[in-house]
Design a protein around this ligand. Structure first.
Ligand SMILES: Cc1cc2nc3c(=O)[nH]c(=O)nc-3n(C[C@H](O)[C@H](O)[C@H](O)COP(=O)(O)O)c2cc1C
Length: 191
């Protein structure tokens, strides 16, 4: 395992997913694993994250069976893999994840393999809200474990993208393959 990846305080995890970046959503049931990108994800409390998962997606079916999902925060490094995962469904392509080229690593105590090329990961337990899931495709997860790359996030969960280099930038998305990498930090005098 990469020595930069550290378990983090669950109550800091929302900061990683408050950056407007695309996320990777991982579902798993037994040996069956699927990963898809999602632009529509957001923190909704210190220890809760929301994500929109269309009812046709294979990843969602695994999450519904398992009751857990993993969110990861991908970087510029894996934008090609991300676009493959978001343009192909495991409903049609059985070995979609292998074909994408996405690599994984394992961390002790975590059942989900963590995608490489990301800078933060959160294991979430689905808080069942059938109305939201059916009507808005909105899934809410309680964070039960969080991990982050200490080259990007310090102990308080504060990022340092300005010194990390473009490859480690997350990926704000404006539809399809329209991404940005992060620019400079804006400091506000007096705050
Ligand atoms: C950049 C990007 C962002 C996406 N955001 C979402 C999203 O927020 N919610 C969603 O349901 N699908 C989203 N998609 C579409 C799914 O990722 C895509 O349909 C994927 O192939 C589903 O795979 P699966 O059926 O194997 O789960 C996005 C796709 C891309 C490329």
């Amino acid at each position: 395992m990469n020595s930069h990846i550290k378990a983090v305080d669950i109550n800091n995890v929302w900061k990683f997913f408050n950056l407007g970046g695309t996320v990777l959503v991982e579902g798993k049931h037994g040996d069956d694993i699927d990963v898809m990108p999602a632009s529509w994800s957001m923190p909704i409390d210190y220890n809760k994250l929301g994500v929109v998962l269309d009812s046709t997606h294979y990843t969602r079916k695994l999450i519904e069976k398992e009751g857990y999902f993993l969110l990861a925060l991908p970087t510029v490094k894996i934008v090609k893999e991300l676009m493959y995962l978001g343009s192909n469904s495991k409903n049609d392509v059985d070995d979609k994840v292998e074909q994408s080229g996405l690599k994984f690593f394992n961390i002790e105590g975590c059942d989900f393999p963590l995608p490489e090329g990301c800078v933060a990961w959160a294991v979430c337990k689905v808080l069942k809200e059938p109305h939201n899931e059916k009507t808005y495709d909105l899934f809410i997860g309680e964070v039960v474990a969080g991990y982050a790359d200490d080259r990007i996030f310090n102990d308080k969960g504060e990022p340092t993208f300005e010194t990390a280099g473009e490859e480690l930038s997350i990926l704000p998305n404006f539809g399809g393959a329209y991404f940005y990498s992060l620019g400079k930090r804006v400091s506000v005098p007096g705050y």
